[in-house]
Each structure stands twice: as structure tokens, then as C-alpha cells.
Design a protein around this ligand. Sequence first.
Ligand code: SF4
Ligand code: SF4
Ligand code: SF4
Length: 190
Amino acid sequence: MNNDKLKSPIDRRDFIRRCGSLLAGGAALAAGGFLATKVKGKTGDVFWQIDPYKCTQCGRCETDCVLPISAVKCFHANRVCGYCDLCGGYYRPNVKDLNTAAENQLCPTGAISRKFVEEPYFEYTIDESLCTGCGKCVKGCTSFGNGSLFLQVQQDLCQQCNECAIARVCPSDAIHRVSYDDAYQLKDHA
Ligand code: SF4
Ligand code: SF4
Ligand code: SF4
């Protein structure tokens, strides 16, 4: 899902401002605001967290969470995104037409939508309620794009199991317990 601070629909002026910050390399995310709105807890609490730079999108986050639908979701670092028309996280490889037909989309649940901003840019949004944490889009974006999509534990959903069932099987040792102040590790550079 998108960080509430990051996902607000962008108009042309805002888009150009964002591009400017991207070009300047200023891709810092508003993690503080995110924490305040998303994490129920207090200093001293601990949370399971994915290191997005270690995650290899193996698929176990979707299948091994104790919840019927994983607490791990796709997040989108809008300020890292290239707003690409040909988005490697949105489209299946080798699509012929860049349109929103279901058969062209990589996400198996249709959780990603795209909105035209201005030629040739598109904004991508994740519907958390549809995301199963499979990581397919993350792999596509990481392989062919800026790597702005990443998997993270949605702390509002996570049961904070004593031992995270995903962490036990993660082949990349990407999941660890962190303190409240670090409860969301966001991607702040591609
Ligand atoms: S189990 Fe580990 S490597 Fe696999 S998708 Fe989850 S965090 Fe990434
Ligand atoms: S491809 Fe998988 S991880 Fe990405 S939005 Fe769809 S369900 Fe979520
Ligand atoms: S701690 Fe439990 S609920 Fe949270 S992601 Fe791990 S297995 Fe799922």
C-alpha cells in the first residue's frame, strides 16, 4: 500500500516538484508521519520488519504468515518511482499493448491501479485489501524499474507473533524484530 503521506493524488505542479526532488536525489520519505498514522504502539514495543534491501521476493511472505491473508503487503515509495509508462511492476513481461486489460497485468489479484498524470507519466497505487504479499510486482519493479515497490509487514495487521513464521523460513534473513521507532523501514533510495 502507499504511505498516506506519499499517495495523495498528484496534480501537475506537485508532480513536477516531485520530479525535481528525484532529480536532485532528494528521495527521503516521511517515515515519521507514517509511523504516527500506521503503527499502534509505543516506545519500547517491538515489531517484525522486513529489510527491503535484503528481501529477494521468494514468495514465502505470501504463503507462510499465520494469517489467512498475509500481513505482509506491497508498499510504494512514490518518490523513488519513475512514474514509468512501461512499469515492470504493473505489466507482465513482453506485453504488446500498454493498456489496463487484466491479461496485461502482473499482479494476480488486480491490486495495482495506474493513473495518467501527464505524458508520458503514470502514477501507481496499491490496494492493500487486495494485496496478498506475493512480491511479484516487487520483483518486476526491482528487475526492470527503480525498485520503488517493496514488501513490508503491515503493522496494523500483524499479530506480532512471538516467533514470526515467515522469519523462520525467510531464505534471505530479511525479517527481524525492531523497536517502535524503526517499525517501518521504508525504501528511501532506489
Ligand atoms: S520470506 Fe524473506 S525473501 Fe521471501 S519474500 Fe519474505 S522477506 Fe522477502
Ligand atoms: S503483485 Fe503481489 S505483492 Fe504486488 S500488489 Fe499484487 S498481490 Fe501485492
Ligand atoms: S509475526 Fe505473525 S502475523 Fe506478523 S507477519 Fe509474521 S507470521 Fe504474519
